[in-house]
Design a protein around this ligand. Structure first.
Ligand code: NAG
Ligand code: NAG
Ligand code: NAG
Length: 176
């Protein structure tokens, strides 16, 4: 047992184990994005419409069971005239019996800016009566491959009469 190999193996193995344990933690990138979604449910420039519900396609999104499809402008600033970087395309389903929460599932499809041609997939609950709602970012494509993260959603502007809203999304994601 005087062979020096028995003493050198632990000396090599310990640093390798340490490296293997700590290395993957530093591999991801973290990106923060602040975006504004413009949802107009009326007018010539309407970007959202209800398509099914308890009273047919015209049922209000405020009722349990209503399905709404949207293709909304996504901009860098709260002003609808600020730079459009993509569209939010997907749907909202009113999925709370008292009507006070939506289930949302949509893609943010970037068409301009730093993340052009990439997408983020948003999924989760939107209890819109709350000031701040946290949602999950479940995946993405392009720059955002293997993405995961969360976002905080706040209603920046709401015109109930004309069904227009500006929603702020503050998204934090980790990806490679
Ligand atoms: C929504 O309406 C506002 C005016 O109230 C307009 O400036 C904006 O371009 C519209 N947004 C979309 C996505 O159509
Ligand atoms: C985005 O996609 C378009 C059309 O497929 C392509 O022409 C363009 O080069 C792409 N831009 C980037 C930054 O990948
Ligand atoms: C976005 O959210 C993070 C926390 O997740 C916060 O630290 C940051 O101040 C927020 N940014 C804006 C512009 O709201």
């Amino acid at each position: 047992m005087s062979n020096p190999i028995f003493f050198t193996i632990p000396l090599i193995a310990i640093p390798i184990l340490y490296w293997a344990y700590t290395y993957p933690k530093n591999k991801y990138k973290q990106t923060n994005l602040v975006l504004y979604v413009h949802d107009n449910h009326t007018g010539d420039d309407k970007s959202a419409m209800t398509i099914a519900g308890k009273d047919g396609p015209t049922t209000s999104i405020m009722h349990f069971g209503t399905l709404l499809v949207h293709d909304a402008s996504v901009t860098l600033g709260p002003d609808p005239g600020s730079k459009e970087v993509g569209r939010a395309q997907g749907m909202y389903i009113n999925s709370q019996l008292d009507g006070k929460a939506l289930y949302m599932i949509f893609s943010i499809m970037f068409s301009d800016g730093d993340y052009k041609n990439s997408t983020l997939e948003i999924q989760g609950a939107d209890p819109f009566v709350l000031k701040e709602r946290e949602f999950s970012v479940v995946s993405g494509t392009g720059y955002f491959r293997f993405v995961r993260g969360y976002g905080i959603m706040t209603t920046e502007f709401l015109d109930i009469q004309n069904k227009r809203a500006i929603i702020k999304l503050n998204i934090t994601v980790r990806h490679f």
